[in-house]
Design a binder for this molecule. Sequence first.
Ligand SMILES: *Cc1c(COP(=O)(O)O)cnc(C)c1O
Length: 393
Amino acid sequence: MDTKKLGFNSKLIHSGDFIDEFGSAVTPIYQTSTFSFKNAQHGADCFSGKSKGYIYTRISNPTINVLEEKLADLENGFGGIALASGMAAVTTVYMTYLSHGSHLICGSAVYGPSRSVIDSHFIKFGVEVSYIDTSDIELLKKTIRNNTKLLFIESPANPTIQLTDIKKASEVAHKHDIKVVIDNTFCSPYLQKPLDLGADVVLHSLTKFINGHADIVGGALIAKNENDYNILRKTMNYMGGNMDPHQAYMVIRGVKTLAIRIERAQSNAAKIAEYLEEHPKVLWVKYPGLKSFEQHELAKQQMFGFGTMISFGLKGGLEAGRILMDEVKLAILAVSLGGVETLIQHPASMTHASMSREDRIKSGISDELVRYSTGIEDVNDLIYDLKQALEKI
Ligand SMILES: *Cc1c(COP(=O)(O)O)cnc(C)c1O
């Protein structure tokens, strides 16, 4: 069956799947590090690529392959690569496309460690970097140098919910032979398909929406063409950031409900964003679905829905944020996102507390910013939870 022709929900269930010799309806966990060859010739053929047999789990494994094929189908890509974490996917991208003397353009408000690893590790290998607001296409054009090799974008960005026009940014980059990698973690392929918009590679922290149950850490890369797929896979194999078969099994199980989970959480998020926008103690709300969202039109153009992530600002800044954190009862105080449970986080007093205020504000993290990852609970309970906590401010 050509699963590429199936609808999105059918792909979630069936893409990549195979029926083993026992007829197992669900993908089995091939929890093995190595695979036996039938004879010496078979071993030689597996190594030369003449035979498709499995060799060693770091290179590939049948359970992991099911997930990789599923993700490739979901993102309309040539091939997928599963990795140990989202950060393993990020560093695999950097290792593949950057070398001594090359220049990276990175969105300024990307996931913190995607930036920190550049500053702490890649700069010492002679990589140059510019962090810019990639939503500003003119600024992007001006930032391109002769040695620019990679454009790394998150849209919507973390945690500012800033969008970048992926189509326009890709067109600009491709005129200069620059690879475009989009971290699509905040959307998942259900809400945005960057490869269809012109990107070369899509990156995911599977930890978030795709696994969806906050019980594993994982990452993935999906390449649009065979060449990128092959070089990324080679980097993954040499750097050793591979996924484990049990981890792959968990993600295969979790991803099946991706669409219905997001539908429910997204419908909750829309109602919560509207509630917050009317609340007297709330300064501003950023949610792509709100008419007041400055990139609402771009969101409608490049996303299939407005997602489940809300950022809002509290009157009363840092102190108000602390009170809200201490008073919510249903929303869990935690980093991460995209699970069935609602999470809340105040970056200025929690995740970004060790950064200087100046640097924080430069990355779009003001004192009053609260990040809310909407889960699939009853929306009335979530609104009541916020209401009673906001009253305490
Ligand atoms: C969580 C996250 C990552 C890193 O993924 P891990 O699975 O935690 O390594 C990268 N990008 C974004 C947008 C994330 O939210």
